[in-house]
Design a protein around this ligand. Structure first.
Ligand SMILES: Cc1cc2nc3c(=O)[nH]c(=O)nc-3n(C[C@H](O)[C@H](O)[C@H](O)COP(=O)(O)OP(=O)(O)OC[C@H]3O[C@@H](n4cnc5c(N)ncnc54)[C@H](O)[C@@H]3O)c2cc1C
Length: 329
């Protein structure tokens, strides 16, 4: 099924434990900018249980309209079927989701349903002469690529750190509308028997403000404890590069980079991380990057705001002492 040109921007805002996902609120901010550039509206779609607080946050966070659909917790086929029906009903020009696992899965199904494409992991979007231009990273983030999509509606997942959340002082007052939509009877072929969270999945790297990543330069799983200690001191979350995940120093959900999580914290510390493009592509949305590496030529220093050249196992205890002093001051 394909739709005509369409109008307005629809943003799926995922809600976890009653709160909207940060990356989705950023996508809402981006959707608002694009809609305003065309004199159109941005609408948020929330599906799930306990939506009241999240709907309120979206109404204040830039959405002109907030559609809420009461449902059980996440089930891909159910959510895709409901979102698909809303897309048919409102015929938006553009559909945005966060560039996380659920956002990517949804978009793949919906783009197929509407016989169009999904532009994954955009790092920018703008309207030029009335045309939507979506920017995606190529070659692990080494090249920015501008994409124009001819078919309708347009689908894109938004990388963390790309959109700006609407700040509280610019709070909007969008309208909250309850929609009564059920998944199509033939859409759901699976039944959720139980939901079991892996411990590592409770570590939310994509939402964290402080992320400490350890790389192979930490030397051993025992030394890697220093990364955990620093994260605990700073109230941050631990991530790993692919080699340390392969060596099982940290579980896979904590891998940062092209084939792991794309993060956009306020503060990133890379400990013994070389800065391969596949890793850098996952951290470039960070506000401030501190790198510790014994090799002054390590590529991570090219993107770091601050670099320390030295043995990470000697530097980390000293750094922790300084952070402790700063916290006590
Ligand atoms: C398709 C594909 C997808 C990939 N996806 C990812 C991904 O998602 N995430 C990811 O991280 N990688 C990914 N990789 C792997 C990536 O190419 C790199 O191999 C990886 O990021 C390197 O990890 P590292 O920095 O921990 O290790 P290394 O590259 O081995 O670097 C270790 C660094 O530690 C430094 N060092 C060593 N000892 C010390 C010490 N005592 N003190 C201080 N510094 C020290 C060294 O100077 C070196 O710079 C992917 C690769 C491919 C091909």
């Amino acid at each position: 099924m394909s739709l005509g040109d369409g109008k307005n921007v629809l943003v799926f805002v995922e809600v976890v434990d009653g709160s909207p996902v940060n990356n989705a609120m950023e996508a809402l901010g981006l959707g608002r900018e694009l809609a305003q550039a065309k004199g159109e509206e941005v609408c948020a779609v929330l599906i799930g249980p306990d939506l009241d607080a999240a709907a309120e946050a979206c109404a204040k966070g830039g959405a002109d309209k907030v559609f809420t659909i009461a449902q059980d917790a996440w089930q891909l086929e159910v959510y895709a079927s409901i979102l698909g029906q809303l897309i048919e009903k409102y015929a938006p020009a553009l559909v945005l989701t966060a560039s996380n696992q659920n956002g990517r899965d949804l978009q793949a199904i919906l783009a197929n349903q509407f016989d169009t494409v999904c532009v994954s992991d955009i790092v920018g979007a703008r309207i030029e002469d009335g045309t939507l231009i979506l920017t995606t990273p190529l070659y692990g983030g080494g090249v920015w690529n501008d994409v124009k999509v001819a078919s309708h509606p347009k689908f894109a997942t938004v990388r963390a750190g790309t959109g700006k959340k609407v700040p509280p002082e610019e709070a909007t007052s969008g309208e909250i509308i309850k929609e009564d939509v059920a998944p199509a009877a033939d859409a759901v072929s699976t039944k959720v028997a139980d939901v079991v969270k892996e411990v590592a999945e409770t570590v939310n790297l994509e939402e964290a403000e402080v992320v400490i990543v350890g790389g192979r330069g930490m030397g051993s799983k025992e030394n890697f404890q220093k990364v955990h200690d620093l994260a605990e001191l700073l109230g941050g979350v631990v991530g790993g590069t692919r080699p340390v995940v392969e060596d099982e120093w940290v579980p896979h959900p904590q891998q940062v980079g092209q084939s792991g999580k794309i993060i956009a914290p306020k503060f990133y510390i890379g400990c013994g991380v070389s800065g391969a493009t596949q890793h850098l592509t996952g951290i470039l949305g960070s506000d401030f990057i501190l790198a510790i590496n014994k090799d002054e030529e390590a590529p991570i220093f090219d993107v770091a705001d601050c670099g320390i050249v030295g043995d990470v196992n000697e530097i980390l205890p000293l750094l922790m002492e300084e952070f402790k002093k700063a916290k006590q001051a």
